[in-house]
Every structure is written in C-alpha cells, then in structure tokens.
Design a protein around this ligand. Structure first.
Ligand code: PLP
Length: 390
C-alpha cells in the first residue's frame, strides 16, 4: 500500500526511499503547507491573472465593504463592539457560542487542532494530496503523519482510513478529512463520513475541513456540523476566505463540542481584527451575495472544464472554486512557468499528482485568458472525457 509516513527522523535524514512510498523533505512539506505569497510590486500584482490560491476573484460585495469601512472607527481599541460575531456564527449553524472558536483564518484553527491534539509520538491520519497545512503543523509540534493515497478516481478510501485509524489507534492524535478535498475538488459523501465516524474509536478526534463547503452541489455531500451537536469528537473548520472573499482579512472558525473548544482555545491567538469581524457578520447576513458568487463560479468552472475537455484534456469533476486538469505526459512545474510568462498564476505542484494542474476559478475575463494561454501551451487532441487522467 502506498502509504506515506512522514516522520521527524526522516526529515533529519532527508528524502527517504520507503518502498512504493512518496516522501517529502521537511522544507518541501513546508512549501506544500504554505499558500504562496506574492513577492512582486503592486503593479506586477495587478497585471497577473490570479488562479493559484483558490481565492474569490470577485472580491467582497458592497454589503461587506460597507460594514468593514464602518468599523475603522474602532481601529485604535482593544475592547469594542464586534457585531456579536461569535453569536451570529453560532446562530447561523444552530449551535451555541461555546461551540465556536474564532480564529485568524480557518488555517489558524487547523494549527490549533494540531497543537492541541498532537505532539511527540502522536500522528495525524489523512490522505495525500490534501491541504498539507495540517501535516506541516504536525511536523512543527514534532508529531508524525500517516498519509494514505487517494483512490484511482481521486476519492478517499474510507475503509482503508478506518483500518489505519484502528491499527494506529494508540498513536493517532486526530484524523483529518478535507471535504471537499483540496487540491482535487472531490467530496467525501455524507455516508462515508458517517461510516468513518461510526467505525473508529469513539474518543478519536476528527477534524473535518469544510473550507469549500459553500460551493458544493452534490446531494451526496453534507456538512458534519450535526455530529458536533451529537457530542461526537468532531471539529468542523470553516472560513470566510473563500465564498466571503475575505482571505487577506484572516477570519475563520472551528465548530466543536464545548470541551474541545475549551481545550483548543488555550492555543489560539484570540486575535481576529475588527474589520474582519464586521465583514464576516455582514457576509453571513448577505446570503444572496454568497449565492451569487457560488452560481457564477460553478458555471465558469463547468464551462472552462468543458472547453479543456473538448481540447483533449481531462478534468477532475470538482465541487469547489478550483479544478484539476490532466496535462497528458507533461509535468506541472514547467507548465506553471509557461503560464507565469503569459501573466497567469496557476496552482503549485501537488505530488504525487505531478501531471495535474490545479486551476482556481476567477472572473469570466480571467478564465478567458486562462483558456487562451492553455490553448497556446497545449496542442489540441481528441476530446477527453471528465474524470480521466491516471
Ligand atoms: N483549508 C483548506 C482546505 C484550504 O484550501 C485553505 C486555504 O486555501 C484553508 C483551510 C485555510 O484558509 P484560511 O486560513 O484563509 O481560512
């Protein structure tokens, strides 16, 4: 089985050669866990089409901008009215305030989870490729990770996960599910989530990262928040960075049983800025704006995928604001450079899927430029079908 084990010892020793396993050095793992920062000037930044970081290229709606602008008057304060943001989030989900941990982006929540439930000798269990930030933070707190491979159709093999969870039960600090998964855009069905929760040790925490929840249409998918209300050891991560277009404002939250929130809060910065809080409240109060972003994004994603497929390149059907396209026999790094030369930033490599490119969905103009560039870089082939690629 192509299981990836990341251990501190291996980081020290450099790249390992476990049989059939794929391994990253610590610096590579760090790179995987990072959202790339733009290092050029303001002018450069504006000229690039930004399809690399699964951002919301539409930007915040007027309702959110207005609320944030009105909050500037508190910029000099420590204590100030915050729009009752925690209560608004709790009400939005039908949970209590003590079920919510507000964090500076949901990424902080993932880190806090790792700091709280991992440590030397502990392991996080997840899949690869996935959002690697959790594995990175595991390494930071001197814990290890078990990363199972995706199936051939890019789904997560839940029975394999259950088996690994039970076999390593003593060492596992928590299980990480990214749903939908980044970078593939594929969901774990509600049935599979339940199957996992019902068949791992009851006291094993499970972190379910729903950063892209708002883009999902698949009726087989469901949020895991009801499990929190049942009192299971489930933590759900949510963010305002995607559908709410507040990535640079840094606001997200975890939903979990009160005892877990209490344990986690100790390790959180408890330092979310005032504009972010007011922006988040306004976003939750403007569901029409969120629905608009979703429908525009999904339509553009599907249309772009169709164009690429008719050009001969298979895409992985996605439920998010990004998708992956198979590059045939080309590897992704030089392709990223070719797009960059044409003024387009696209996703970084996600080993072992090195023949796939992750593309975030931008505005119609962004996607038009992306398609033109893709057609210039790749020759036309016989039409491909969705889901192909390995
Ligand atoms: N989880 C997933 C799956 C992500 O893709 C991201 C960001 O891209 C995050 C969490 C973290 O986002 P943020 O810290 O901006 O909320």
């Amino acid at each position: 089985m192509d299981v990836r084990q990341f251990s501190r010892r291996r980081f020290v020793g450099g790249v390992t050669a476990a049989v059939g396993a794929f391994s990253l050095r610590r610096d590579e793992l760090f790179a995987q866990g990072q959202t790339p920062q733009f290092t050029g000037s303001d002018n450069d930044y504006d000229t690039f089409v930004k399809l690399a970081s699964n951002e919301n290229n539409w930007g915040p709606p007027d309702s959110v901008m207005k609320a944030m602008n009105a909050a500037w008057k508190y910029a000099n304060r420590y204590g100030y009215p915050d729009g009752n943001v925690v209560q608004v989030i709790a009400d939005h989900h039908g949970v209590r305030r003590d079920n919510i941990l507000l964090t500076a982006g949901s990424g902080e929540g993932l880190n806090v989870m790792a700091t709280t439930y991992l440590g030397p000798g502990k392991k996080v269990l997840g899949v690869s490729p996935s959002y690697a930030s959790v594995f990175q933070q595991a390494a930071n707190v001197k814990a290890d990770s078990i990363q199972l491979p995706l199936t051939k159709d890019f789904t997560q093999n839940i029975s394999q996960m259950i088996e690994a969870a039970n076999r390593n039960a003593r060492d596992i600090g928590f299980v990480y599910l990214c749903n939908p998964n980044n970078p593939t855009g594929v969901v774990i069905t509600a049935k599979d989530v339940k199957e996992l929760l019902d068949n791992i040790p009851k006291d094993m925490p499970v972190l379910i990262d729903e950063a892209y929840h708002h883009y999902v249409d698949d009726p087989a998918y469901g949020t895991a928040i009801p499990y929190v209300l049942e009192g299971r050891k489930v933590v759900v991560g949510r963010t305002f960075s995607k559908i709410a277009a507040l990535a640079a404002m840094r606001i997200g939250y975890s939903v979990a049983p009160p005892d877990m929130i209490r344990e986690m809060r100790v390790y959180a910065s408890n330092s979310v800025n005032v504009l972010a809080k007011w922006g988040a409240v306004a976003s939750l109060k403007d569901p029409a704006a969120q629905a608009d972003v979703k429908s525009k994004t999904v339509t553009l994603r599907n249309n772009t995928s169709k164009v690429l497929e008719s050009w001969g390149y298979a895409t992985i059907p996605s439920q998010t604001n990004f998708f992956m396209v198979h590059l045939g026999d080309r590897t992704v790094q030089p392709v990223i450079e070719e797009f960059r030369k044409r003024g387009i930033l696209v996703g970084r490599p996600f080993p072992p899927m090195l023949n796939h490119l992750r593309v975030s969905v931008g505005t119609p103009e962004d996607m038009e430029k992306f398609i033109q560039a893709f057609k210039a870089i790749f020759p036309q082939k016989a039409a491909a079908t969705a889901r192909g690629g390995r």
